[in-house]
Design a protein around this ligand. Structure first.
Ligand code: AQP
Length: 329
């Protein structure tokens, strides 16, 4: 049966191989057999102040990357979150049903606010906006990286809570979809932290638009350990395990086969080969990105996507307003 799939990426620059291997790759796999809606979640990006000009460019970059990795606007709806006002409206309705206690337990809020009293309220409330993003389209499946598990749980809790109060048919309760490999790519300079767009050290990540020289530098300098064995062991060898995961998902070779292939071979050769594999995988994406970004068709694709997304969102919003007794139209 065709499922409704929804996910999004923040236009916060530096889209990296973690975003690609944990999320974007799934987006592409799912679009042939499902009803997919993929969003560029710009309202999430402003939880931390952004330069408006840079934000606009970042939005177009993510849109071009969506297409460059293989999303097809004929198969998937691709649009910008703030072009569909239902996201903000539903977020408010859900906020009135979310508890401050559950939001203050969100690990991302704790990490990013660092207990500061001047942390923006948006940083506190954005998991509810994310729940609204998902519930607004009656989504069944949400392909994301592992770091989003807590947010998916909150989305399910809110949907169930509202359904219990206002009727079971108010919201579809969605499921997260996490890959076995690639769901959590770690930082190259610190394999105990996840690879992130906002980390200060650019060598901590490989961005999808990095050139070959930067890819090489980041991989060759990546943190490993001193025993020289190429073996997957998350606890004792997080750096090597992370590199093996990246190698495996980009090359399609199972990790066990890579371990055999590199038995008795040092980290230097292994890293050099990983540079080749990674550069080889990213070069065509980079090329397509440049063509799409210059093509001038991007805005029309996004406008068309927003129209289609808005139609789908209005079906749910009419139902929700009705359930809550809002409005008179
Ligand atoms: N390291 C990662 N490994 C696997 N998946 C990842 N994702 C993020 N980091 C990794 C997944 O990418 C999708 C889009 O992420 P996002 O744009 O919503 O932002 P994020 O999760 O906050 O990503 P970053 O890169 O860590 O950004 P900053 O530094 O701004 O916080 C999501 O599905 C996410 O799970």
């Amino acid at each position: 049966m065709t499922k409704r799939v929804f996910s999004g990426v923040q236009p916060t620059g530096n889209i990296h191989i973690g975003n690609y291997l944990g999320a974007l790759k799934q987006f592409v796999q799912l679009q042939d057999d499902n009803d997919c809606i993929y969003c560029i979640v710009d309202l999430h990006a402003i939880t931390v102040p952004k330069d408006p000009k840079i934000l606009r460019e970042n939005i177009l970059d993510v849109a071009a990357l969506y297409l460059a990795v293989g999303l097809d606007p004929e198969k998937s709806i691709i649009f910008v979150q703030s072009d569909v006002s239902g996201h903000a409206e539903l977020a408010w309705i859900l906020m009135c049903n979310a508890y401050t206690g559950e939001l203050s337990r969100m690990t991302q809020f704790k990490d990013k606010s660092r207990n500061s009293e001047s942390a923006p309220t948006g940083l506190f409330a954005y998991p509810v906006l994310m729940a609204a993003d998902i519930l607004l389209y009656d989504s069944d499946v949400v392909p994301v990286g592992n770091d989003q598990k807590q947010h998916i749980e909150l989305t399910r809790d809110l949907a169930i809570r509202v359904n219990n109060k206002y009727g079971d048919d108010t919201f579809v309760v969605p499921e997260g979809r996490f890959l076995k490999e690639g769901a959590r790519i770690m930082a190259l300079d610190d394999p105990t932290a996840k690879m992130s767009k906002s980390a200060e050290n650019p060598l901590s990540r490989i961005s999808l638009l990095d050139d070959d020289a930067k890819i090489k530098k980041a991989i060759m300098k990546s943190t490993t350990d001193s025993d020289g064995l190429i073996r997957f062991d998350l606890e004792n060898k997080p750096g090597v395990s992370n590199l093996l995961t990246i190698y495996s998902v980009f090359s399609g070779t199972p990790i066990a086969d890579l371990e055999k292939q590199y038995e008795g071979i040092g980290y230097g050769t292994f890293k050099n080969d990983l540079v080749e594999v990674t550069s080889g995988a990213l070069a065509p994406i980079r090329k397509r990105f440049e063509e799409i970004r210059l093509s001038g068709e991007l805005i029309d694709t996004l406008k068309d996507g927003a129209e289609r997304a808005n139609e789908a969102a209005e079906i749910v919003m009419r139902r929700v307003r009705n359930k809550f007794g809002l409005g008179v139209r």
